[in-house]
Write a new protein. Sequence first.
Length: 295
Amino acid sequence: MEYIVLDLEFNAAYSKTRHRFVNEIIEFGAVKLDEQLNIIDKFSELVTPQISKKLNTHVAALTHITIDELNQSHNSFSHVMSKFRKFLGDGVLMSWSNSDILVLAENYRYFFGNDKMSFLKYYVNLQKYCQRAIGYTDRSHQMGLAACAEQLGLGFEDNSLHRAYNDAELTAECFKALYEKELLKEFIFVCNDEFYARMSFKNYNICDLRDPGVDRREMYFNCDKCGRRAFRRTKWRLKNKSFRAVFRCIRCRRDFEGRIVFKRCFDHVEIIKKAVDLEVIEKNKQYKTVKKEKV
Ligand SMILES: [Zn+2]
């Protein structure tokens, strides 16, 4: 089995015919690894934009790609796509987070009118894989590629990032450093109907306590200091999409705010709990008032 690690650069392009923004791909970069994880082939292609002839300033600054370069490449999306399909073959497509595969699907739909990429057989989200392999547990933030590479002691130059090929190569290096045959199996998705449903599903925080995704049995807090079950003193209220209530630990004579988020994902609900000292909340409030007074 071969692994193809893909990275894309894209431009926020306004389509006058569809009256909406499209993430138009302007560069493909990929490396192909054999079963022993040796790099056996490389792919690097610019794409001449067809939707917008102007590059977003953020994209231009980040990638240092110019519109002239893109125009001179004389490479349409369909042309690059057919080359990439050959490059991919029956291999496993991999990318860092699912944003690139979503953008690939978006361009495929825009230019070919197909919702599904029939040439795609298997897919791995390497961000999810690497997070698990490295033991990353922060559920409120995703691990960035640069952060992962740094943690693994992989050298890279800041100015070489944000070009498709370099990013693909660095992603492949992270994968190689964290490769575990058995673990990888859990992360290989067959690209069937469920895969597309899963990919396009957007996670959201549940804001209604009556939602079946809210498990009331989980709505408790233990004291941070002594570990005992704390008593809830107030009703639950909703703020910033998290349910909040004041809790008290009888033993420590301490009040704190318990915050709980129920995040609806494709096939499960993720529960994120956080206890915040009331003093900290008070201080922040005071700080905000002082700032307002100064204004
Ligand atoms: Zn306590």
